[in-house]
Design a protein around this ligand. Structure first.
Ligand code: AMP
Length: 593
């Protein structure tokens, strides 16, 4: 059985990973968790994105739970070293960088949700006193950069005398960054009885020598690179867009509009993400269907059938659910999240570019995950083009190109005599070019809403991309806009003009980089769908739905991302209306203003 429970983890930890939407353990997790649970040391060769954080964190938490560790609550005197005021730390993860420390600490925090264990990150460049307060309150686990860990040890604010589990994460990077001596100094302050796990992307001799010196007969695990037939991904053009988290949905909408995929699979990491993205895509009028391991087989078969027969043109799926699917004619593979492991990426994009057709694989990459691209390129030996997001003028050009093609086809099809008579009669009063221009404008209005162009450019993420952006190449033809017109009507059908004029939206430039999350007091219990929320906001507040970000529907409430500038106006408008027949309570979700 491929489940976290079958690996022997406690129910609290299994529920934590289930709540994160992990469907099954990744290869490194399958191999490493049982070894670490058995108490053995481990050397793992695995890169970023393989799921190695959970591979070491879950067994660490399990062990600390079993040892009866209680870190929360008042400070308990440290009996072994009564002179010290600081409770001893039981688990420590050493990582090379501050960013990784934050990331790993956040992950460990999530995995430890159902336990009473606490996690404190310790990294340089952050105020010392805050970290000291965290240590004083009692940390079961610290996630630290070597320099800062030593700093705390010297101040006697970090007590490692009772350490049970030590993890050296990205050990090769730590050595590259000159931390060898620091590591030795830290290790010498920890008890010999500790369990140690070391992870590195490569097994250079100096890593082996650290392992030989400090680990006790470690089990060795290598996450094997998958063997591919040469050239398997050759016909797939690979593009990545670097996009910050809060702009992901909007950016994805723009990419979809630009690419106009005929049939696409959109991959997400977890089933929760699949459901959320699928809801949002549907609300935007796309023929999307979700596919994940939480669905019954019958439901999955139905979805697959819809996709195969073209009734759905987009499949939003987890890797596990999409495994083994044999689908031809996928024009686009989208990685809404960069996959966990380079091997998974190769699997995913192997779904397009089949049967000698050209395919395109598009990845949306968080600025913090750019390193993943490099490991994918190392594996595939192919470059991934990092492109800037399509701009407003790219979209405009795309639409005009689509219009030109449609007109050319229509002229070639002939049978226009009846209409020509009408044009001739109009030409007595108007210039023929004006008549044609008006007709095209009307065509655009019918297929793209009001005929206006998308206004806001999506700003580039603040961190500069590690790869130099190159201009995007065009592909595909224009489709409906990712805005309220697409959301409110079935795709492909012209919009009927609404007689109702909604309240005026705030004027001026909208800063899409500042997002507020609104909490609206209706949810699944009231059978609310994303379309209801979008409809209420666009209708009542007069705001185009392209300004709305992710929508999340919980049991009794829903969360909607809106630009900060529009939040007040939307709240006021919604308070005057009903959704699904209910007056709604609208407020800013705490912590998201
Ligand atoms: P890591 O290699 O630990 O940095 O993990 C990379 C990403 O994979 C993180 O976003 C994790 O949340 C995610 N992840 C880890 N394990 C799993 C799993 N079993 N299923 C789905 N996603 C996972």
């Amino acid at each position: 059985m491929n489940t976290f429970a079958s690996l022997g983890l406690a129910p609290a930890l299994v529920s934590a990973v289930n709540a994160l939407g992990y469907e099954e353990p990744t290869p490194i997790q399958k191999e490493a968790i049982p070894v670490l649970l058995s108490g053995r040391d481990l050397v793992g060769q695995a890169g970023t994105g393989t799921g190695k954080t959970a591979a070491f964190a879950l067994p660490m938490l399990e062990r600390l739970m079993k040892s009866g560790a209680k870190a929360k609550g008042p400070i308990t005197p440290n009996l072994k070293s009564p002179a010290k005021r600081f409770p001893a730390v039981l688990g420590m993860v050493l990582v090379p960088t501050r960013e990784l420390a934050m990331q790993v600490a956040e992950a460990v925090q999530k995995y430890s949700k159902g336990t009473n264990l606490t996690v404190v990150p310790l990294y340089g460049g952050a105020p010392m006193d805050q970290q000291i307060r965290g240590l004083m309150r009692g940390a079961s686990v610290v996630v630290a950069t070597p320099g800062r860990a030593l700093d705390h040890m010297r101040r006697q604010t970090l007590d490692l005398t009772e350490l049970q589990v030590l993890v050296l994460d990205e050990a090769d990077e730590m050595l590259d960054m000159g931390f060898a001596e620091d590591l030795e100094a830290i290790l010498s302050e920890t008890p010999a009885t500790r369990q140690t796990a070391l992870f590195a992307a490569t097994m250079a001799p100096r890593i082996a020598s650290i392992a030989n010196k400090h680990l006790k007969q470690p089990e060795r695990i290598t996450i094997a690179r998958e063997k591919r037939a040469p050239g398997k991904v050759a016909r797939v053009r690979q593009v990545a867009y670097i996009v910050s988290k809060h702009q992901k949905m909007e950016a994805f909408g723009r990419i979809l509009e630009f690419e106009n995929p005929k049939s696409a699979i959109v991959f997400c990491r977890t089933r929760i993400e699949v459901d959320e993205l699928n809801d949002t895509l549907k609300a935007h009028g796309y023929g999307a269907q979700a596919l994940h391991g939480g669905m019954e087989q019958k439901q999955r078969d139905r979805v697959m059938n819809m996709f195969r027969t073209g009734k759905a043109d987009m499949l939003v799926a987890t890797d596990v659910a999409a495994r083994g699917l044999d689908i031809e004619h996928v024009s686009h593979v989208f990685n809404y999240d960069v996959p966990n492991a380079p091997e998974v990426y190769v699997h995913r994009i192997g779904r397009t570019g089949r049967m000698g057709r050209e395919g395109i694989a598009i990845s949306i990459v968080d600025p913090r995950e750019r390193r993943l691209l490099r490991s994918i390129e190392n594996l595939t030996k192919q470059a991934i083009e990092v492109a800037p997001l399509p701009t407003v003028s790219d979209l405009r050009a795309k639409r005009l190109e689509a219009t030109r093609t449609a007109l050319t086809d229509r002229i070639a099809a002939g049978d226009l005599d009846g209409v020509k008579v009408f044009v001739k009669s109009l030409s007595q009063d108007f210039d023929v070019a004006d008549i044609a221009a008006a007709a095209i404008a009307m065509l655009h209005e019918a297929s793209h809403g009001d005929g206006t162009e998308p206004e806001a450019e999506i700003p580039a993420p603040s961190a500069a991309p590690a790869y130099a952006p190159r201009p995007a190449r065009n592909a595909g033809a224009g489709r409906e806009r990712f805005d309220e017109r697409a959301r409110e009507r079935p795709r492909g059908r012209p919009r009927e003009h609404s007689p109702k004029r909604p309240a005026a939206a705030p004027a001026g430039d909208i800063d899409m980089s500042r997002i507020t999350v609104l909490r609206i007091g209706v949810g699944k219990k009231a059978a609310v769908r994303p379309g209801d929320l979008v409809g209420a906001i666009t209708g009542e507040a007069g705001i185009q739905s392209k300004y709305l970000g992710a929508i999340k529907i919980a049991h009794e409430h829903s969360l909607v991302e809106v630009p900060q500038q529009m939040a007040e106006h939307i709240m006021e408008s919604l308070r005057k209306t009903t959704i699904r027949g209910k007056a709604v309570d609208v407020r800013i979700e705490p912590g998201n203003e």
